[in-house]
Design a protein around this ligand. Structure first.
Ligand SMILES: [Zn+2]
Length: 157
């Protein structure tokens, strides 16, 4: 078994869709980034890459590469899963924390879990997503951005 951690932040801006865990969430702002800026999925990808000892998403999917412009991060996650399988691993379990003052994410978490389970090719019971505010503190608390952290255990096939 190997363990990895991932952390990511994106800025909240007007005129962008808010996509978290592959779910479009109605909100007045969305996350800014080269891809769809799905901060949750990015943290998951970095945790898996970390567990594999394969650097990070910036190395694999550079934001200077036009083919990744506005791409669904679930597509990028598929590529990370392919790499994981090539290396002979599958998900042991995975735990994500999203830090956002607004909007409330609780009702969207079941769909996020389903999206992740489909791409990660594992049971939903191996996955956990938590959402928390930061009590109004910091950039998440002021609504300037959303951050996400993930730890992931992978096990040999
Ligand atoms: Zn990101």
């Amino acid at each position: 078994m190997r363990i990895g951690s991932g952390f990511d932040v994106h800025r909240l801006v007007e005129g962008r869709k808010l996509i978290l865990g592959g779910v479009e969430i109605p909100y007045e702002k969305g996350l800014l980034g080269h891809s769809d800026a799905d901060v949750l999925v990015h943290a998951v990808m970095d945790a898996i890459l970390g567990a594999l000892g394969k650097r990070d998403i910036g190395v694999h999917f550079p934001d200077t590469d036009a083919q990744y412009k506005d791409i669904s991060s679930l597509v990028l996650l598929t590529k990370v899963v392919d790499l994981m399988k090539q290396q002979g691993y599958r998900i042991g379990n995975l735990d994500v924390t999203v830090m956002a003052q607004k909007p409330k994410l609780k009702d969207y978490i079941p769909r996020m879990l389903k999206n992740l389970a489909d791409v990660l090719e594992c049971e939903i019971s191996k996955l956990n997503i938590k959402a928390t505010t930061t009590e109004g503190l910091g950039f998440e608390g002021k609504g300037e951005g959303i951050s996400a952290g993930c730890v992931c255990l992978i096990e040999k096939l």
